[in-house]
Design a protein. Structure first.
Ligand code: ADP
Ligand code: MG
Length: 312
């Protein structure tokens, strides 16, 4: 998993800045983000609430504008103004699954409309009957009954609603899916089912995922690589196992200290760490994105680079 040469880059984010508001009210929600997502992998983006995760997802979806840098998809720039043909390609190939299945489905629309809506844009060639057929297949693909097509969202449980959301994304045959905390709003008992479904779909269709979560406990099992974001700054990025075993940034280490570990020895001796941003002295030396271990990147000053490299 650690080899990066010869891997096809599907999404390339370069010096990305995303801000809300302008002038005095300008708030930079994402600062100078840099990462690449390889074709076929699950790339995890983790950080506490308000750190800018959804903002990044929405910028890739072209729902929010970017204020600096570039987002390249398949080598083509997709932020800012883009040609219509590329816009159509992006609309079809990049889909998002939302955090809250209670809020993200149109209550007044039937499931057939909700799931089939995307086809109206990308498959104008289909007749209503063919569209209906695809809706039924999409429902089957996510483990729901085709008959559900004629019902309304309020008739379903949280888990079923999230499956409807997945069917809606899947129906246009996307290549890249952004799963924005797809299980955080669900009951504990059904989280694993939805995760397994997402994993199965990925294997079956070679879909690439950007998987967003606010804690590392789930992330470590489903992600190939993980990026950690703190208040708009991506502070660390590495292979999932490498990140868990050799976390370098104090924020990542604090996140890690909060999750239960399968190793009982570790469980007994661990201490809960808190992260204090004031521990950095970035007024005197600005941090930079550095590779401290192979394919393991951290935002740090030179002094920190030296100190953190000696941690393991
Ligand atoms: P996350 O998904 O990590 O919880 P978000 O990307 O939703 O974080 O938000 C990042 C920051 O941007 C937060 O401080 C949030 O308040 C702010 N923000 C999000 N959406 C808007 C918006 N539409 N207008 C202004 N600020 C926003
Ligand atoms: Mg969010």
């Amino acid at each position: 998993m650690a080899q990066t040469q010869n891997r096809e880059v599907l999404l390339d984010v370069k010096n990305l800045e995303i801000s809300y508001g302008t002038g005095k009210k300008k708030f930079v929600a994402v600062k100078n983000a840099n990462f690449q997502i390889y074709k076929g992998e699950t790339f995890g983006l983790v950080g506490e609430s308000g750190s800018g995760k959804t903002t990044i997802g929405r910028a890739i979806m072209r729902i929010v504008p970017t204020s600096g840098g570039e987002i390249l998809y398949g080598g083509q720039k997709i932020n800012g103004r883009i040609p219509r043909a590329l816009d159509r390609k992006v609309i079809q190939e990049i889909q998002m699954i939302f955090q809250d299945p209670q809020a993200s489905l149109n209550e007044r629309a039937k499931v057939s409309y909700i799931v089939g809506e995307g086809l109206m844009n990308v498959r104008k060639d289909l007749s209503p009957a063919e569209r209906e057929e695809k809706v039924k297949q999409a429902l089957l693909d996510v483990g729901l009954l085709p008959e559900f097509a004629s019902r309304f969202p309020h008739e379903f449980s949280g888990g079923q609603r999230q499956r409807i959301g997945i069917a809606r994304a899947l129906i246009v045959e996307p290549k890249f899916m952004i799963a924005d905390e797809p299980i955080s709003a669900l009951d504990m008992s059904i989280r694993a089912q939805v995760l397994n479904l997402l994993r199965f779909l990925q294997k079956q269709r070679d879909i690439t995922y950007l998987f967003i979560a606010h804690d590392l406990s789930v992330m470590r099992y489903i992600s190939d690589r993980i990026a950690v974001i703190h208040k708009g700054d991506i502070v660390e990025l590495a292979d999932a196992e490498e990140l868990i075993a050799h976390a370098l940034h104090p924020y990542t280490r604090a996140l890690l200290s909060a999750i239960p570990m399968p190793d009982p020895q570790h469980e007994r001796t661990k201490t809960l760490l808190t992260y204090d941003p004031a521990q950095h002295h970035y007024e005197t030396e600005a941090p930079a994105w550095r590779e401290l271990r192979p394919q393991h990147y951290v935002l740090c000053s030179e002094a920190e680079a030296e100190q953190w490299s000696a941690l393991y």
